[in-house]
Design a protein around this ligand. Sequence first.
Ligand code: C2E
Ligand code: MG
Ligand code: MG
Length: 393
Amino acid sequence: MNQPLLIVIDDEPDLADFVCTVAEQVGFDVKPFNNAALFKDQYTYADVIVLDLIMPEVDGIEVIRFLAESNSDAQLILVSGFDPAVLHSAQKLATEQGLNVVGSLSKPFRYDDLHQLLSGLSITPKSLTLRTPVKPPSVEELREALANSELLLYYQPKVGLNGHFIVAFEALVRWQHPTHGLLSPDLFIPTAEQHGLINDLTWVVLEQAMMQCRSWQDQGLAVQIAINMSASTLKELDLPEKIGVLLEKYGLKPAQIILEVTETALMQELIKSLDILTRLRMKGFHLSIDDFGTGYSSLVQLHRVPFSEIKIDRSFVIEMGHDPEAAAIVETVVLLGHKLNMKIVAEGVETEACRATLAHLGCDQAQGYFFAKPMPADEAFQWFSAHKSEKNR
Ligand code: C2E
Ligand code: MG
Ligand code: MG
């Protein structure tokens, strides 16, 4: 299949490479030019052009003029390390000359910004917008990242569907990679699992999340924090005590913490984790089964662990609108989960229709892009401030 072509024109080879990597993930064929003169010589066609405005010799404005003269119909993304005003006027200039400007980026920009911009372009077939894993960063890099505190947390709200609007924030780890930008956990959690770094990672996350929870509480934001736990961390017998020490350090109560464990992780070592999970629950922590429906376990099996909530995997939630089987699964999990005294949370709620169906089915809580994407802590706080008075939708 012929993929759409993206050309990047940037004199910084590292940045051009980064743009190419992200574009390839999104599904483009790519062609980098470190020199605008060469580009002008060779240009015949492109679906998307990412253009750095500030380059030695031939600058971006000249390239814009050249593209206009060539009647280029490429979708143009302008990049600049200068202040936003430069970007803005270049954008105006290009548009006035009949070019199709679809976005702009200020340097330094993050993986997520570029990924989001490229995935949103209409020429991209929908199937290609899914995150395709690239070659994961090496273990050594990850070890350094842990030592250099390059891991940070984004937060996504979990909202109530019948009662209080904001009930919790889920902490989702990101890696601010020095050259690749912001990396998604799917690109490094598996490496951490395979090379024995996952416990270290989990403790970094637990500490950051609790520190944030404390700081928010001091600013009047009292919400629960949900943290993702890997299967191997759940085998550390002194886990409940160690988490207890952290809680004390930040003056928090166990009931403020929700520990999420994926269904598949749980099934790997159910017996071993059962002991630890039961002790955590007895201490008052909330326990959640994440990605429910993907692990082929039965709720009866899982009911041996005192879970307080089930998160229905987003694949069922997203499909619910047009797939009657997915809808039946969601409905059944809500009914059975309630009979077993668990709260039901739906992940991946992207539309109002989906929210309304879930509310109608009696689902307790929801999480998804319809409400908010995962955000840095300060944005999450602003989001909370803007929505705290809402009771429901
Ligand atoms: P998860 O715990 O199931 O987290 C939900 C994922 O769904 C997040 O992806 C979130 O960005 C994404 N999501 C939220 N709303 C929507 C929506 O409306 N539509 C769609 N399509 N997706 C949505 P993210 O942040 O990339 O995290 C991926 C997974 O990585 C998480 O899945 C979790 O299993 C794992 N993970 C994240 N942080 C940690 C961590 O600190 N420790 C461990 N062990 N795993 C983590
Ligand atoms: Mg989760
Ligand atoms: Mg999940």
